[in-house]
Design a protein around this ligand. Structure first.
Ligand SMILES: [Ca+2]
Ligand SMILES: [Ca+2]
Length: 180
C-alpha cells in the first residue's frame, strides 16, 4: 500500500496516468470517427444504389422488340431503348428514344398481346442529350408511368407519360421544350 501511495504521489505516476487518459480519449475519438466514416460510406452507397435503380436499363441489341422497332424505322439510330410493360397487360413493351434526320424522337412499341405483332405510338419529341427513362407507377394504379428526362445545352427537362389508347400522353412535365 505504501508503495502504491508513493507511486501515486510521484510525478512519474501522475504522468503515466495522464498519458493513459489521453490514449483512451484518442481511441474513443478514433472509434467514433470510424463509425461516422462508415455511416457516410453507407449513405453514399444508398444514394448510388437509388440512382442506379432509378433509371431503366437499356436493352441490348438482340432484344426482340428492338428488332421490331428497327424494321419499322430502318433509318433511325437508337439512342436509348428500355423495356417494361407500360400497358398493364402483362406483355413487355419498349420505349425507344432515337434520332432520325437530326430530330430526336420518343416512341412506344406496344405488344399487341401475342408477342409477335407490335403497335407504334405517334413519335413525340425526345430530349437531345443525356436521355434517361424511368418506369414508375406514380399513382400506384393501372399502367406504369414513363418518365423521360434529358438535357439540351445544360437545360434539364422531364416529362411523365402514360399510355392511353396506344399513345404516350404527357401527364406532367417541366422544361421539356428546352431540352427537346
Ligand atoms: Ca404491355
Ligand atoms: Ca399508373
Amino acid at each position: 500500500m505504501d508503495i502504491f501511495k508513493k507511486f501515486w504521489r510521484s510525478v512519474k505516476g501522475k504522468c503515466l496516468i495522464a498519458v493513459l487518459v489521453l490514449l483512451a480519449a484518442f481511441a474513443v475519438h478514433n472509434a467514433l470517427e470510424g463509425r461516422e466514416g462508415d455511416k457516410q460510406i453507407t449513405q453514399t452507397e444508398a444514394r448510388k444504389t437509388k440512382r442506379e435503380v432509378k433509371y431503366a436499363k437499356p436493352v441490348d441489341d438482340s432484344n426482340q422488340i428492338l428488332g421490331k422497332f428497327k424494321e419499322q424505322f430502318p433509318e433511325a439510330s437508337v439512342v436509348l431503348a428500355c423495356e417494361e410493360d407500360v400497358t398493364d397487360d402483362g406483355c413487355k413493351d419498349l420505349i425507344v428514344i432515337y434520332t432520325e434526320k437530326e430530330l430526336t424522337r420518343t416512341v412506344a412499341v406496344i405488344d399487341s398481346g401475342d408477342g409477335v405483332n407490335y403497335n407504334f405510338s405517334t413519335p413525340i419529341p425526345g430530349p437531345i442529350e443525356n436521355q434517361k427513362i424511368q418506369f414508375k407507377n406514380i399513382d400506384k394504379e393501372g399502367e406504369i408511368e414513363i418518365i423521360v428526362t434529358g438535357e439540351k445545352k445544360g437545360a434539364v427537362g422531364y416529362a411523365i407519360y402514360r399510355m392511353i389508347d396506344g399513345e404516350m400522353v404527357d401527364l406532367f412535365g417541366e422544361g421539356m421544350e428546352d431540352c427537346c
